[in-house]
Design a protein around this ligand. Structure first.
Ligand code: ZN
Length: 122
């Protein structure tokens, strides 16, 4: 069993929902900002330097979208575990993940020792 109370779970559920909304908003904003989506036609002539800068920004946006999409996947998985009553249990050892760790990182799927082990072994 996890040491989480019903109040903890509902606070964490709210946290996850807020994180999800934020990630979705960020993906939408990054998508809207992508220069490939807006043709520059009708605007002032785009210089080579601007183009290079736009290209660089698009790369950054793509990377941000990728990170946000990964976050969304993790949030969905956390919400699914919550539905299944498995939330807060380490996927590796099955022990309860420390409450403080979950509040710091609501999408955590491993307890601190298991996470450290995974990171050590790459
Ligand atoms: Zn563990």
């Amino acid at each position: 069993m996890t040491q989480l109370t019903a109040a903890d779970l509902s606070a964490l559920a709210e946290r996850l929902a807020a994180m999800k909304r934020q990630a979705q908003a960020e993906i939408e904003a990054a998508n809207n900002a992508m220069s490939s989506d807006h043709e520059a036609q009708g605007h002032e002539v785009v210089t080579r330097a601007d183009e290079a800068e736009e290209f660089r920004l698009d790369e950054v946006r793509r990377a941000e979208i990728q990170i946000d999409q990964n976050t969304l996947v993790q949030i969905d998985a956390a919400q699914a575990r919550m539905q299944a009553g498995q939330y807060g249990l380490c996927l590796q050892c099955g022990e309860a993940i420390a409450r403080e760790r979950l509040f710091a990182l609501p999408t955590a799927i491993r307890c601190t020792p298991c996470q450290a082990e995974v990171e050590q072994h790459g």
